[in-house]
Each structure stands twice: as structure tokens, then as C-alpha cells.
Design a protein around this ligand. Sequence first.
Ligand code: SF4
Length: 343
Amino acid sequence: MKKNLLEFTYEQLRESLKNIVDKDYRINQIFEWLYAKKEGDISKWTNLNADIRKKIAQDFRARNLTIVKKEESIIDGTIRYTFKTADKKFFFAVLLANKDKQSVCISCQIGCPMGCNFCSSGRVEFARNLTRGEIVEQVLQIENDTAKKVSGILFMGMGEPMLNFNNVTAAIKSFISKKEFALGKRHITLSTVGNVRAIKKLAQEDIDIRLALSLHATDDRTRKILIPNNFGFKIDDILSAGEYYLKKSNSRLTIEFILIENINNAASDAHKLARLLKKYNLVNPNVQVNIIAFNPIKNTEFKTPSPESIDKFKMILNLSGIVANIRQPKGVDIGAACGQLGY
Ligand code: SF4
């Protein structure tokens, strides 16, 4: 099987292609085709001679994914892409369009082993991790499709990033590399259910991206109902790891809280969340709580709370000095909103 050129860093590519090209400027040209010109057809890399192109194409390819479906929200223009891998598996990415900026919510696994009860991705049987190349290719393909550069990346699609740590961090390094996507570190957010050991490891990586902790509850019993496979870590451990990450990375931290009627939306939950954040020094301008109203999915008894109760939850946090925002759902009509990325 041909190797995917998007799997390689610059140095790895130079090593892999040393029998075909031996000059650095040639590797630079190849990188330009891959990441700046985003041309996936090696035969079109016209500043390399035909012989080099032919030799590269014999053993390598530059694409592993195909866009098989594209659905656009009539409400807000959000686009849900369905990708098919070379081994015929399917997963999703979402383009969140703004006036002049575009962010993408990308996947890191096919299916998700975490099985969160409010999320349709958790109901898709886990097939495998996406590779570094498949993670970055989602962004390349969306940039090609829209003819616009992506300005923000959210690891909030299908999958738990901490379960695919090596490929996810390799992809992040590609996103921030000057030779590849050249995105600012602060424009990348990784969302995790909260694997404490992996959060600490991420802090050591020195990539300083924004971290989002999917908390969703203020007591461990309720959290276990929402996130059955929660890595076994307690809320206190997770918030303590968040505090550590914030200090080490000097970045920003988001606490994600999906509000579900009669499960976690009481005023007492908001007060308890405020106390927990205070306990871990997380009441500061670099920490924000994202309140997300539960988005409807199939076969669930969970309900979306009323707008009044959502506002009240936010107000209690704000009055406690916490930066809290209600995230507006995007792409609800096409199954692209938070928690809706399933088959
Ligand atoms: S919320 Fe995230 S971790 Fe939980 S099932 Fe969905 S994709 Fe997986």
C-alpha cells in the first residue's frame, strides 16, 4: 500500500524521499504543494520534473480521504462533511462559518469509546484512531472545498483526543508549524473528557494550545451517568489537572457544561460549580465556562432546559466572578451541533 505523504514531518519526509530527491529545496517544493497549494494530485506538481513526480507517485500518495457528503444548515450556514477513509470507514468534520473567519471542528477517532450518554458519536462503535495525516487532511480538504483558509481548529468532533494522543499531538504540531499550516497556538482547542495523566503529558509537550475540559456535572455520581467511561478520574482530579495545565501552558482553559433538564441545570449546580472553580483557582479571566444547552439526539430521555433556566445558570456563575457564555448551537438542522455527530 502506498504511504501517505501527510503522515510525515519535514525531516521524516526528507528521509523517506532521499532516494528520489536529495536537495532541500525539492522537499520545500513538495511541502508547498502539500500545505500551501493543497494539491493532492502528485502529477500536477509541475515544478518537479516528470520523472521525480512519477517516482514519488509510485510509492506515495497525498490524499487518504474523500468527501462523500456535504450538508449545509439553512439556519446558520454550518457545513457537515462526511469523510470516507481509504479503508472505507466514515466520520465527520464540521465547518463553522463566520463572516470572515472559519473554524473547523475535526474528528480524531472513528466512533468513540467514551460512550457519553448525551452524544451520538458515543453510540458509534469505535473502529480505529485517525492517523496524523487523516487529522490534518480534514482541514486541507475543507480549505480546498471553500477556497478559504481555516483560522481556528477545534478537536471537538468524533472521538476523545487523549485516546489518540500521539497522532493528535503530531497533527497539532503540523497545524502550528510555519512550514505547514502556520496557525497560532491559541487558535487550536482540544476538548477532553478529562484524562488527568494525558492532560499533564500535554502540558509537557510545550504546544500551549487551549484546553477544554468536558465537565458537565458537579458531582461524580451524575458525571458517571453522563460519561460512563470517564477514565475513572474524579471531578476534583480533573479540575486540579486543569489548574496545572493553565499554569504550565499560560494558555486558556474552557470548562464545558452541557445543561440537561433535571440532571444538572439546577441553581444549586451552578453554585456548586462556582465553588469548585474557586477551589482550584479557576476563577480568573483565562478561564471560561461554556454553557451548552443539550442538543436533541435520537433515543434519549434527556431534555433541553428552558432558556430561562439556562440564563439563570449563567447569571449565577457571572455573579460569582466567572466568565460564562451560552454557546449558540450551530447546524442543529443537519445534525452538526455539539453531541450530534453520529450516523
Ligand atoms: S462527547 Fe466526546 S468523548 Fe463523549 S462520546 Fe462524544 S465524542 Fe466521545
